[in-house]
Every structure is written in structure tokens, then in C-alpha cells.
Write a protein that binds this ligand. Structure first.
Ligand code: GLV
Ligand code: MN
Length: 203
């Protein structure tokens, strides 16, 4: 094969690989659903948001998930939900979802939201009840209820039955990454890193 054909072939292979990566989602199943043989309508029903939607709001930021772990009928369906409850002055700390974008619908209150793209550009918005915001797949994002006296509640939809969550503060400061590595990464000293890690110690 000539070197020009080889170059063309490798260009084609890498283009196909990129297309595959950018279109990757949950694997398609070759059956209608994944359920036990004796499944009834109950198997396809989740009641896990009843408390979030009916009871008084919790005192700290709370996520209630309906992903394939909590709701096994979602396996193979490439969708899931989370209910997010924000007391006054609370945050959902910066985090990412490695396997899906997140479409947030604010059903109560106001909410300051934002994400940072791969060029480090920050996009923010202040949502009112009824507004939606899309957090693109894999990007670091946060939500903040800045109101002093109002709770906020949102429902988030995901294009994966198991979007996954990587919390940035927890991953960095509640893991066993060496203090020296973190001190170098954050251009600070080990004592400062240890102070940050103490915030995650069991109370
Ligand atoms: C919201 O951002 C969530 O992680 O569920
Ligand atoms: Mn999220």
C-alpha cells in the first residue's frame, strides 16, 4: 500500500473512532425491556419521588435518584431522573456526569446554575420556576439556591440509565490522593490540603 493510501486509511479510521466516541450512549438492547418473566406494571413503576414531592423539604441539599439502581426497569432504556431539593442558601457542589447530559427543570423557587466548558468558559443562568437548563455531557456544573428564605426544587432528566456522578470536592479531598500531589496541583502547601481534607472527615 502506498504511503498516501496508508495516510488516508488512518485518517478514515481515526474519523470513525471520533464519530463513535461522540455518538456513544447506553448500549441498545435487542428486546423490548429487561424484566423478570413474571413482571407486572409494578415493575415499571417507581414511587421513589413521592416523599420529595409530598413531604416538607429536607434541611440540607438532597438528591433523590431514580436511576437503574433504584429503578431496575430503566436498565436498557437510556433514561433516568433525579429530584433535587435545595433549602435556602444551599448548593449542589461542582460535579460531572460521565455518561450523560442533564436537562434540569425547575419546579419550585429560583436557582442559580452554571457549567464550565473544556475551554474553561463559564456559562451561568438564574432560573425561575418553569425554566429549563441543559448541562452538556461530562462538563463540570453546579446549582445554587441563593435565596435566604425560599426552598427550590428541580427535576433532572438524564439520557442514560446510569449517568454517574463525579463530585469534584469529594473526588479530590475525600480520596486518598497523596497530600503532596494535591499541594503541587493546587500550588499550595500540604497543611492547606490537610485543612481542606478535614472538612470531609466523619463528624
Ligand atoms: C444534579 O445536578 C445531579 O447531579 O443530580
Ligand atoms: Mn448534575
Amino acid at each position: 500500500m502506498s504511503s498516501t493510501s496508508l495516510k488516508l486509511l488512518s485518517l478514515l479510521v481515526s474519523t470513525l473512532a471520533i464519530v463513535h466516541i461522540t455518538t456513544a450512549s447506553d448500549p441498545d438492547i435487542l428486546v423490548d425491556y429487561m424484566a423478570p418473566n413474571n413482571a407486572t406494571g409494578e415493575f415499571f413503576t417507581s414511587t421513589s419521588f413521592r416523599a420529595a414531592l409530598r413531604q416538607p423539604p429536607p434541611p440540607t441539599f438532597t438528591v433523590t435518584k431514580a436511576s437503574m439502581k433504584e429503578f431496575p426497569a430503566l436498565l436498557g432504556q437510556s433514561v433516568s431522573y433525579a429530584a433535587l431539593q435545595f433549602p435556602p442558601n444551599s448548593i449542589n457542589p461542582p460535579h460531572t456526569h460521565p455518561r450523560s447530559a442533564e436537562l434540569l427543570l425547575l419546579v419550585q423557587g429560583t436557582l442559580h446554575v452554571g457549567f464550565v466548558d473544556t475551554t474553561n468558559k463559564l456559562f451561568t443562568s438564574t432560573l425561575e420556576t418553569g425554566d429549563m437548563f441543559i448541562f452538556p455531557k461530562g462538563l463540570v456544573h453546579f446549582q445554587h439556591n441563593a435565596a435566604n428564605n425560599h426552598t427550590a426544587m428541580a427535576l433532572s432528566a438524564f439520557g442514560s440509565a446510569n449517568a454517574g456522578t463525579v463530585s469534584i470536592p469529594t473526588t479530590l479531598f475525600n480520596s486518598t490522593i497523596d497530600d503532596k500531589v494535591l499541594a503541587l496541583a493546587f500550588k499550595t502547601d500540604v497543611a492547606t490540603i490537610q485543612t481542606l481534607k478535614k472538612g470531609f472527615a466523619p463528624k
